[in-house]
Design a protein around this ligand. Structure first.
Ligand code: SF4
Ligand code: SF4
Length: 79
């Protein structure tokens, strides 16, 4: 059976830490980093990367288009 798994890359230096992507993610993947970028913003990062489905909600809502979504299809073992 094939499953889709996702991953996102946040452009940390462009992120302004608004948190819109954090609340838009239905899987609770994203969170504000405790670290800050060069402008002093707590940029978003994947806190729970295993839960990302690649739905792209986060990328669609980001006002500055800082998020790139990757999707990967992989085969699961039949049980
Ligand atoms: S692609 Fe979907 S599941 Fe993955 S971080 Fe973005 S909103 Fe969450
Ligand atoms: S929506 Fe965009 S700018 Fe706002 S925290 Fe998320 S990645 Fe950063």
């Amino acid at each position: 059976m094939a499953k889709i798994k996702g991953a996102v890359a946040v452009d940390a230096e462009r992120c302004k830490g608004c948190g819109v992507c954090v609340v838009a993610c239905p899987s609770g993947v994203l969170a504000p980093n405790v670290l800050v970028n060069g402008k002093g913003y707590n940029y978003s990062y994947m806190e729970n990367p295993d839960d990302c489905t690649g739905c792209a909600n986060c990328a669609m809502v980001c006002p500055d288009s800082c998020i790139t979504v990757y999707r990967r299809k992989f085969e699961t073992e039949a049980k």
